[in-house]
Design a protein around this ligand. Structure first.
Ligand SMILES: Cc1cc2nc3c(=O)[nH]c(=O)nc-3n(C[C@H](O)[C@H](O)[C@H](O)COP(=O)(O)OP(=O)(O)OC[C@H]3O[C@@H](n4cnc5c(N)ncnc54)[C@H](O)[C@@H]3O)c2cc1C
Length: 612
């Protein structure tokens, strides 16, 4: 049986990789076509809630909202679903060049991606149930307490670390060592485990980190500063996409949840600042579906601002220029930001005896390189001069993308040490290219446009080189690679060399935030602290686009938290009065208390205003 499985996976991996070698990413929303743009949409009925996008946030929301049996929920997702190939973390580098990525690029950048075609960076976004968790690197990081406390300093009530911690814990099922137990959840659905492979080179790396003054820590715990073994969202070494975890488990029993894939939502239909439904394309046909209660937009950092703007919600002047009738003037797309990454690769004399066949046999037992997306195995958060918190990612090899022709692994081992600029100051923008919903929007992260950002990355690369040149690496003959082709004019290790390296090899981190920023006023944000679009009745945005400022790490943990908290807000706002009238005793008690409290508040304010 085991051998058969190995053969099956050998075929699965080799066939898929060969197929993807010739795959060309599309430059528009492929798979959708409108034969007649002005075609009258076909009626698709009505639902209490319509969720646009079954990605990271949309998957969790579908699960939580469908718990309320009386509600009908429609989930509209542009892509299809994952499979046993996408489940293998080790193939993730191939998935970014596959039909599971929409295929967007950035606009031309000045400070990064210079040797790429026309100076643009790729900007992958997951397409399919699970969204970006279908193609991402599964690294699970969810930010430090101070990150969320900063959100309340921005005026966002209810988003301090103490407020969000129960939601960070609710979906988590932590299953790893050296854990800060007070900071993790153990009863949720999303399994978080360690990548178990720690090579001799990685051990030497940790020895070096100790000599630099860093200690081992739970990087998702109370004090994330220090280093730790990667925590990843895999279960027994297989990818845990949002859809696998939150949708597959309910799809059969929750008959009130209807999922339609390959459905691209092109417009939110509004009447008097209230969403009445959405229009979408499916099988080359346009449909209209009514929303009785709310439209929830979870189309991600690129899809959500685009959909709002196509629906007239955005900067009025820009919309008028594109012949879109403005519905609500808001700074949609204007606070878009992304983190930035640059690093150094190095060769070693360290040989690893392995092969694809052997790795598959290990994968089937939940171990080995295929259980990790990038073979990133040690994470470090550290402060550098004048700049809080950078992240260092140690890559112990490059995973499957560096296989040679016979699918053997690169030998000897190549390592890489990447620095992530966690809190960039540079602000970019997402704008519509046209009013055609099948055209990608213009994505401009404007990376490193602020000098401080560039200086911080340069300093981080200095540190990286010192680490790579440290004594414990000598026995592995760790030799940093120099870019003589593009940066040969500069002296290796000088600030000017690093600037050149960053210009050519620096990339956006694909951790975009802020394009539908949460905030308290409508001139500097798009939604309020209850995730409702400012000035609109019943449109909520729940995904990475609402994140108001970066967290210490990547985004998935934060996005699930926002969805978890958002689901509770939707329940609070839509259930409490109705439940007061029903016979459900738990709800009746809660509702009675809240009814009583709100009555007291109303009486108190009436009395106050009388005396004033
Ligand atoms: C290559 C890559 C690697 C990454 N690695 C990591 C990592 O290791 N760890 C980490 O924490 N973060 C990582 N990230 C970032 C993280 O995955 C995302 O920030 C997060 O998943 C975003 O969640 P979301 O719900 O906002 O959007 P998504 O998960 O992208 O979901 C949006 C969904 O909406 C759908 N959609 C969009 N527009 C429409 C429309 N008009 N109609 C219908 N459906 C639509 C999309 O198909 C998609 O399913 C990575 C991202 C990428 C791209």
């Amino acid at each position: 049986q085991v051998n058969e499985d190995v053969n099956h996976y050998m075929k699965l991996i080799t066939e898929n990789i060969l197929k993807l070698e010739n795959y060309v990413l599309p430059n528009f929303y492929e798979g959708f076509n409108l034969t007649d743009e002005h075609q009258k949409p076909i009626d698709f009925g009505k639902f209490d809630f319509i969720i646009v996008g079954g990605g990271t946030a949309g998957s969790l929301l579908s699960n939580r909202l469908s718990e309320v049996k009386e509600w009908s929920i429609l989930l509209l997702e542009g892509g299809t679903g994952g499979n046993e190939f996408t489940d293998i973390p080790g193939v993730s580098s191939f998935l970014v060049n596959s039909p599971y990525n929409w295929g967007c690029n950035t606009t031309p950048q000045r400070s990064i991606c210079q040797d790429k075609i026309k100076n643009v960076c790729k900007y992958p976004r997951g397409k399919g149930l699970g969204g970006s968790t279908l193609i991402n690197d599964n690294i699970f990081l969810r930010g430090a307490a101070s990150d969320y406390d900063k959100w309340t300093e921005l005026g966002l009530e209810g988003w301090s670390f103490q407020d969000v911690l129960p939601y960070l814990k609710k979906y988590e099922n932590a299953s790893f060592e050296n854990i800060d137990v007070d900071y993790h959840g153990f009863n949720g659905e999303l399994v978080i485990e360690n990548f178990k492979h720690v090579s001799d080179v990685a051990t030497a790396y940790m020895e070096i980190l100790e000599s630099f003054g860093y200690s081992m820590t739970d990087i998702n715990g109370k004090n994330p500063l220090g280093y730790g073994i990667v925590q990843q969202s895999t279960y027994k070494g297989r990818r845990e996409s949002g859809a696998k975890v939150f949708i597959d488990s309910v799809v059969e029993e929750q008959t009130n949840l209807q999922i339609l894939t390959e459905a691209l939502v092109i417009r939110i239909v509004t009447d008097n600042l209230r969403a009445t439904g959405v229009e979408f394309i499916h099988n080359e046909t346009k449909y209209h579906v009514n929303a009785v209660r709310e439209v929830i937009v979870s189309a991600g950092v690129v899809g959500s601002p685009q959909l709002l703007m196509l629906s007239g919600i955005g900067p009025s002047e820009d919309l008028l220029n594109l012949n879109i009738t403005p519905v609500k003037d808001l700074p949609v797309g204007q606070f878009f930001q992304d983190q930035c990454v640059a690093g150094i690769q190095a060769t070693t004399n360290y040989f690893q005896n392995t092969s694809l066949e052997y790795e598959i046999s290990r994968y089937l037992k939940a171990s080995g390189f295929l259980t990790s997306s990038a073979r990133a195995n040690v994470y470090t958060f550290h402060n550098i001069k004048n700049y809080p918190t950078m992240e260092l990612i140690f890559l112990d090899g490059f995973g499957l993308q560096h296989l040679n022709d016979t699918f053997g692994f690169t030998n000897p081992l190549t390592i890489a040490l990447y620095s992530v600029l966690l809190y960039p100051k540079s602000v970019g923008r997402i704008t519509l290219a046209s009013n055609n919903p099948l055209e990608f929007p213009l994505i401009n992260p404007n990376s490193l446009s602020e000098t401080q950002d560039l200086e911080a990355l340069v300093e981080a690369l200095d540190l990286t080189l010192s680490i790579l040149s440290s004594e414990p690496f000598k026995k592995f003959n760790v030799t940093p690679l120099r870019d003589t082709k593009l940066c040969g004019d500069y002296s290796f290790g000088d600030a000017s060399y690093w600037k050149c390296l960053i210009q050519y090899n620096g990339i956006a981190a694909f951790h975009g935030i802020g394009s539908c920023k949460m905030g308290w006023n409508s001139s500097e944000s798009v939604i309020n602290e209850r995730l409702l679009v400012h000035g609109m009745d019943n449109i909520r945005i729940i995904d990475a686009s609402v994140v108001p400022s970066f967290v210490t790490g990547h985004l998935v943990g934060t996005v699930y938290m926002i969805a978890e908290k958002g689901a509770d807000m939707i329940k609070e706002d839509n259930l409490i009065i109705r439940e007061y009238l029903t016979s459900n005793s738990d709800y009746r008690t809660i509702s009675s208390i809240s009814f009583l409290l709100s009555s007291i508040v109303i009486i108190y304010s009436t009395v106050l205003s009388y005396f004033n």
